[in-house]
Design a protein. Structure first.
Lengths: 147, 94
């Protein structure tokens, strides 16, 4: 499933509905709604926040394979930001400064099993691909028989 | 649907989905809290890092004045996030 979302915080409601349709169609446990929403919200909000006034949508694609979910976010007219290269996160040190921000990317990294980042300097577009394994639950497609 | 209010037991009740779109509403509410309060999360379905940040900011402000937020009635999803975020370092969780 794929859909484009305007770079606006108000798109979060639409993103959540998109995720619910995806988990429903793939008969995933409803608990996946919150997991996927956490991942996508953090990345989407960062794209909006750090590219103010930028035109173009963020395209989100969700794919369910037999043992994993693949999430892809493509954004145009954005500055490069490779989240795979952020500093290691120490939550105790983070709280020593009582900084209220900075938890989003560590949370995404905690929730996914693999992240790939690509940036095209010419088009100023980024592609983030994230994989989360299904850990014992398999995607059941409509043409599979229940056992 | 997100909502934050003080209930009849003088508890802060946060309900619904606390995502980045709700930050301003939540900050405005917590900006008016000046004493120790319990925060009942029994109806909170979801919280993102934006919501965590609001709670952290409110806690910092209150602790600077010798007060705090006490969190209670976490569901499994919220408890998982709070456990990861080590909120037990910052908050009393009942």
């Amino acid at each position: 499933m794929e859909k484009a979302f305007p770079k606006d915080i108000q798109s979060l409601k639409s993103i959540y509905r998109f995720i619910q349709r995806f988990t429903g169609q793939n008969r995933l446990d409803p608990s996946w709604n919150n997991i996927l929403n956490l991942i996508l919200e953090e990345l989407f909000v960062n794209t909006v926040k750090y590219n103010p006034g930028s035109s173009g949508d963020v395209r989100i694609r969700l794919d369910a394979c037999s043992d994993r979910i693949v999430m892809t976010l493509e954004a145009v007219n954005v500055d490069p930001f490779d989240i795979t290269r952020t500093e290691p996160f120490d939550i105790s040190k983070h709280y020593q400064s009582m900084r209220r921000g900075g938890l989003g990317i560590p949370l995404v990294k905690h929730l996914v099993d693999d992240i790939r980042y690509q940036y095209n300097e010419e088009t100023r577009s980024s592609t983030l691909t994230l994989i989360r394994h299904l850990e014992g639950q398999h995607v059941r497609h409509s043409n599979e028989r229940k056992q | 649907m997100f909502d934050i209010q003080m209930n009849e037991n003088n508890e802060i009740l946060i309900s619904g989905r606390f995502d980045a779109a709700q930050v301003k509403t939540a900050e405005a509410f917590f900006g008016r809290i000046q004493t120790t309060c319990r925060v009942n999360l029994s109806r909170l379905e979801y919280i993102s890092s934006a919501g965590l940040g609001v709670l952290l900011g409110a806690q910092k402000n209150l602790k600077d004045e010798g007060h705090q937020l006490i969190l209670s009635h976490l569901n499994d999803h919220i408890r998982d996030i709070f456990t990861w975020a080590r909120f037990d370092i910052i908050f009393k969780i009942e």
